[in-house]
Design a protein around this ligand. Structure first.
Ligand SMILES: [Fe+2]
Length: 431
């Protein structure tokens, strides 16, 4: 038995809640001292461990600020052709790993993406979506006005063609392979099989005024500290071995429960992503990230410091997105970086734990249209969710992670099961 394993046996236990605790504040008051005690068993205090990570992140923030000052592009950009042929240069791969986000140029031919966009318009108009639209089904993405920006549409031909395309599978495998998906004799996910996580589309018209979306992250809320699986996934943050924390380690991330909530994602995603269906300029209300994957460690440890109230996790609570705020995370927010100009057919990706936001825009120039398609590799968690996806696909329902709006059930032109190819069937767990 290795020295590290012997020490692990002596770690103070952590309480855990496999479903949402009834008394959230009481649970927070219980978990915080338990986490601090476990970290302290390493011989270093929370403050000391946090300082190690903070120093490392501060260096990265300074590097990003310097690169911005030199006018350099912060987001890595790769050509699809290089991903497909396996000829991405090593230094570009290294930059991708470090930044945790990516623009894929020419992921789909420009004309293909424009045709998909037009076919979505045809699909929703033919089925009288705007006449029947009942307003936002959730409050987080809710927008003012009669026409939505986010269309709760999941089963158009365009979306399904993209989800089951070879080109999408190629990029998803490439991104999945940045992760460590085998350890301790377990294959945590299959990097070469995606689960076709169905999400919505956004069509934001020219002239839009939008307040954007504040900095937040999506992998979970209090469950990130409180379930046994996440406690194992973030073990290096919680046992004082911060130097071993690897944001690309999938161990224990792909099977555990998540607390339900209006913004939850049941699936495990290595990267979130969208495919552009219109050209978008970088200053027209586009996506930004804090391009530092290890920032997750900062977010997880920050609430344990003594200046945060004992029943507060820096504002994180269930049923709301995990906020990243000036009050608690100002160092991280200095690194917020937007995507470059993109063209229809390019795709945009960011590590699932990454802080992101959508910038506000006034009188937007051009359209801002995207299909949300992440990389959600086949794993126990995604296999379980795939059962409900299959049912939703069969009758055109909204998938169970989303509000039960079900617009497409009797729509003409919905993607049919006989249009599935091998990738589509495998993704839905049908073959
Ligand atoms: Fe988000």
């Amino acid at each position: 038995m290795a020295v590290q394993d012997i020490r692990r046996v002596d770690l103070p236990p952590l309480p855990h809640w496999e479903t949402t605790p009834e008394d959230l504040k009481a649970a927070i008051r219980e978990i915080k001292p338990a986490l601090r005690a476990r970290i302290a068993a390493s011989g270093r205090s929370v403050e000391e461990v946090f300082a190690v990570l903070e120093a490392r992140i501060a260096d990265t923030v300074a590097e990003i600020e310097a690169a911005k000052a030199r006018g350099e592009e912060i987001w890595p950009v790769l050509d699809y052709a290089d991903i497909e042929s396996g000829t991405v240069p090593a230094e570009q791969l290294e930059k991708l790993r470090r930044r945790g986000c990516l623009v894929v140029r020419g992921h789909f031919p420009h004309e293909q993406a424009r045709a998909w966009d037009a076919s979505i318009v045809d699909y929703v108009e033919r089925n009288h979506f705007f006449e029947n639209y009942r307003g936002p089904g959730d409050d987080f993405f809710g927008s003012v006005g009669s026409k939505p920006e986010i269309y709760p549409i999941y089963w158009s031909t365009a979306q399904m063609e993209a989800r089951q395309s070879e080109r999408m599978a190629e990029v998803q495998s490439f991104l999945n392979s940045l992760w460590r998906y085998e350890s301790d004799g377990v294959q945590w996910f299959d990097p070469n099989r995606d689960s076709l996580y169905p999400d919505r589309i956004r069509r934001r018209p020219p002239g839009t005024n939008s307040g954007g979306l504040g900095t937040h992250l999506d992998p979970g809320t209090l469950d990130l500290w409180m379930t046994e699986a996440y406690q194992k996934a973030f073990r290096h943050l919680f046992d004082g071995t911060i130097e071993s924390y690897d944001p690309y380690d999938a161990a224990h991330r792909t099977a555990g429960p998540t607390y339900p909530g209006s913004t939850m994602c049941s699936a495990f995603r290595t990267f979130q992503g969208w495919t552009a269906l219109s050209d978008m300029e970088h200053d027209q209300g586009v996506l930004h990230t804090v391009p530092i994957p290890e920032a997750m460690g900062y977010l997880m440890l920050r609430p344990l410091l003594s200046d945060v109230a004992e029943d507060d996790m820096c504002g994180v609570t269930t049923n709301q997105v995990f906020p990243a705020s000036e009050k608690w995370h100002s160092l991280l927010l200095r690194a917020v970086s937007g995507i470059p100009d993109v063209r229809a057919g390019d795709s945009v990706w960011w590590h699932c734990d990454m802080i992101h936001s959508v910038a506000p825009v006034q009188d937007q120039k051009g359209w801002g249209n995207v299909m949300y398609i992440p990389a959600a590799p086949w794993c126990p968690r995604n296999e379980e969710y795939a059962a409900s996806v299959r049912a939703a696909f069969a009758d055109g329902s909204s998938p169970s992670d989303f509000p039960a709006e079900h617009y497409e059930r009797d729509w003409d032109g919905r993607f049919r099961s006989d249009q599935l190819n091998d990738i589509g069937r495998r993704g839905l767990g049908l073959g």
